[in-house]
Design a protein around this ligand. Structure first.
Ligand code: ACO
Length: 425
């Protein structure tokens, strides 16, 4: 658990680099990542405390409401999620597609689209545009930009916020049922109905495997869901917010988040990590494998981060969990040892100078594998959790919505002469 020092100030002067590095897109109270200190904070609460004392449901409530729920509030929030887990029509529709031939992430995205068709609440029906046009932040980048002019857009938000938040809850609960159904259907089984007696994490495991989890399995999954729920303006959260800022609906916005998360540089890395560990097979092969990777200028999946230049606190929590879980599983023990050996190699090579440390994706796969989950489902599980952060950010951002519209520095030609197609070489 890190030592916090007060009065952390936002970097008010920033230089924007490729990949929007250094760009500030909004202010937020939802999540804070301090990359140099290795802190992760949700609504003022340290991730270590949330993992130790909280649950995914409580954390989701916190992300939306900015405070921990009272006992009664938590009970009614859980009841709501329980109710919204029941999406039989969406699951039937999903079953009519050949999802065995699609990637699990594409199936999850399809599921969110099917939920939209069934439940659709268009954001534009919930927020009323009073007046549009916007003034550009003239000096934000040092290039010539013609001013766009206009006045700041304002939205009548308060009255509709409750309805939008409710749609978000539907998304969060619905996506976990979709996930359970995808795992079952792809294995040739019938999808299961959610169990109202189980909490979010236990029900997710049950709907995927058909078995009620042990208390340890439930707690491990709960912690994984808490750890993945929120992480500031990462690529998938930003993608979700960009779509929502156009006043598209919440389901389409979530679909964009799922698409962004699926890439190997983002959420897709956890699956790649386990594939790599399986390929390496033994600790003895780590050094030659690493040497070859470096010669080919390859990246070690599960290492490095745009923001963290210290050890990712999520990896700090997942690593001992992985160690604990592989204890009585000899094959998994070797996988864990390979991972530790890779960590040593990378630390010695790039840890100090380049500040490259394990990220959340490095040990999560070992944890999921210990729970008996196939690697193709690790990134979808990430989505089932991160949807809380995605949608909480949408709700917060829409209060002061302004469509995202960055600029590029044009480096192309000017005034080319148009040559008719018959005359072109
Ligand atoms: N392995 C080897 N070298 C790395 C790694 C890595 N995993 N990550 C960064 N580096 C090196 C780069 O080669 C580069 O070196 P150079 O300056 O000599 O060219 C330097 O560190 C900076 O790397 P960038 O890729 O420019 O950093 P960026 O901030 O753009 O990317 C990212 C961050 C995408 C996470 C990167 O570290 C990476 O590709 N990691 C592997 C994939 C991964 O684990 N993704 C999951 C991230 S966590 C998440 O999204 C949930």
């Amino acid at each position: 658990k890190p030592e916090f020092t007060p009065n952390v100030k936002w970097p008010m002067n920033c230089t924007i680099g490729p990949g929007l590095e250094g760009a500030i897109v909004c202010d937020t109270k939802i999540g804070y990542v301090n990359g140099s200190k290795g802190w992760l904070i949700y609504q003022g609460y340290d991730i270590f405390d949330l993992c130790a004392y909280s649950s995914f449901e409580e954390v989701s409530y916190l992300l939306f409401h900015g405070k921990l729920p009272s006992k009664d509030e938590l009970v009614s929030f859980k009841q709501k999620l329980n109710l919204y887990r029941n999406i039989p029509q969406t699951i039937r529709q999903l079953d009519s597609f050949n999802i065995e031939e699609m990637s699990p992430m594409a199936s999850v995205r399809l599921g969110s689209e099917l939920m939209r068709q069934q439940l659709s609440h268009r954001i534009e029906e919930q927020v009323q545009l009073l007046y549009g046009g916007i003034s550009a932040d003239e000096d934000s980048i040092s290039m010539e930009i013609e001013p766009t002019g206009g006045e700041r857009a304002t939205y009548e938000f308060e009255s509709d916020e409750e309805e939008l938040v409710d749609s978000c809850y539907q998304c969060i609960a619905g996506l976990s049922s979709i996930m359970g159904a995808i795992v079952r259907l792809r294995a040739g089984h019938l999808a299961l109905e959610p169990d109202p007696n189980l909490g979010f994490a236990a029900n997710l495991l049950y709907m995927m495997s058909g078995k009620k989890p042990t208390p340890l399995e439930e707690r491990v999954m709960d912690i994984c869901l808490i750890l993945h729920a929120e992480h500031g303006i990462n690529a998938s959260t930003f993608a979700t917010m960009v779509v929502a800022s156009t006043l598209s609906d919440i389901y389409s916005s979530v679909g964009a988040g799922i698409a962004a998360l699926s890439g190997p540089l983002h959420g897709g890395a956890n699956e790649e990590v386990v594939k790599t560990l399986e390929e390496i097979k033994s600790v003895d092969n780590v050094k030659p494998w690493y040497k070859k990777l470096k010669e080919e200028n390859g990246k070690v999946m599960g290492f490095g981060h745009r923001v963290y230049k210290a050890y990712d606190p999520r990896a700090r929590i997942l690593e001992p969990m992985a160690k604990l879980l592989v204890n009585d599983k000899p094959q998994m023990q070797e996988m864990y040892n390979i991972a530790k050996s890779i960590e040593t190699e990378v630390q010695e090579d790039m840890g100090q100078e380049q500040k490259i440390f394990p990220n959340v994706d490095f040990y999560s796969g070992i944890v999921y594998k210990s729970l008996g989950i196939d690697s193709e489902y690790y990134t979808p599980i990430f989505a089932v959790s991160r949807i809380s952060g995605w949608t909480a950010h949408v709700v917060e951002y829409l209060k002061k919505n302004r469509i995202f519209r960055p600029r590029a520095i044009y480096v192309g030609d000017y005034l080319n002469e148009f040559i008719p197609i018959e005359e072109r070489e």
